[in-house]
Ligand binder design. Structure first.
Ligand code: GLN
Length: 307
């Protein structure tokens, strides 16, 4: 399917214009020191199209910590290395609880509900350390992003330091996974790369480029990589916005993953990889303007996985 570039450019411009006049931006994440000080009225968008185009607007070249969006790339690496064995250690169901909720973990004996909540990603990072132990050429999320984007990738040191010294709840969840035998490495050894991948700073343009592999799901016969893309997309749709995933699917209709840095990566399969950023969050920890912008862009372009 070809995208009308003029139409897309007009749509992006219109969305950026509308975001500029909104006066309710949400609240920046305050559970991570260092995220709280940013002005919430910032907004950026970048759309990488299937035919190799790039359309940008607003603060598309401002780097922000990708936070939980890193969970998508970590899962992709784990699926490449372990295939369906991944699902022995982490589930595929929406949690219905906040991203950093610990209650479910005890109920399910240390098996996190899905790879996109914090404990799920912590277990996935543990798997990535298993690959590292076996294979010198092992890829971290940072290596993966550098390869997909073709640029050097930076970690936000301030955020890394703040989350390393704090993060007591995340470490509690890692300890509970360890207690139930679902962590092969020591808690500290897992927390370091987890915190580091959360603190990776990307611009909207870079994030949209990084998501391109997820829009290629349509080729027949399906190659391994496109089967994986479909599966990652399905989890993004059902679990990508934590306990706001149902509402997001209803409003936007595209698989997406949010992070508390205010970024969202959304995929229009076969069409586009879309990155938005605005640091003000709604009550579920998802970017308020980012969600609104995706809703308006998807509607205007007629993009939806529901036909
Ligand atoms: N680093 C964040 C945390 O662990 C990631 C959570 C998120 O983006 N929702 O709290």
């Amino acid at each position: 399917v070809k995208i009308d570039t003029k139409e897309l450019e007009a749509a992006v411009e219109e969305v950026v214009g509308r975001m500029g006049v909104i006066e309710r931006f949400g609240k920046a994440a305050d559970h991570i020191e260092g995220l709280a000080d940013i002005e919430t009225d910032r907004f950026g968008i970048a759309v990488a199209t299937h035919d190799g185009g790039m359309v940008m607007g607003g603060d598309a070249e401002t780097p922000f910590p990708i936070q939980s969006i890193s969970k998508v790339f970590a899962l992709t690496l784990a699926l490449r290395a372990f295939g369906d064995d991944v699902w022995k250690r982490v589930g595929r169901e929406p949690s219905g609880d906040p991203f950093n909720s610990i209650v479910d973990l005890e109920r399910h004996k240390g098996k996190p509900r899905n790879p996109f909540i914090n404990p799920g990603a912590i277990v996935v990072v543990d798997m990535l350390l298993d690959i590292a132990a076996k294979d010198e050429t092992h890829k971290t999320v940072r290596d993966f992003l550098a390869a997909e984007i073709g640029e050097e990738i930076k970690v936000d040191r301030t955020i890394f330091d703040k989350e390393s010294s704090g993060g007591f709840n995340n470490r509690a969840m890692a300890n509970m996974c360890k207690f139930f035998g679902n962590l092969n490495h020591e808690v500290d050894a897992v927390m370091k790369p987890y915190v580091s991948q959360c603190a990776i700073a990307l611009t909207c343009r870079q994030l949209a480029l990084a998501g391109r592999y997820l829009m290629d799901g349509g080729e027949k016969p399906l190659e391994d990589e496109s089967v994986r893309a479909r599966r990652v997309n399905s989890l993004m749709l059902t679990c990508g916005q934590y306990d706001g995933s149902g509402d997001f699917a209803f409003r936007v209709g595209l698989p997406a993953k949010s992070g508390v840095g205010g970024g969202i990566l959304a995929i229009a399969p076969g069409l586009a990889s879309i990155a938005v950023w605005s640091p003000g969050l709604d009550e579920n920890g998802n970017s308020l303007l980012g969600t609104l912008a995706l809703e308006q862009l998807a509607e205007r372009m007629g993009w939806s996985v529901f036909g």
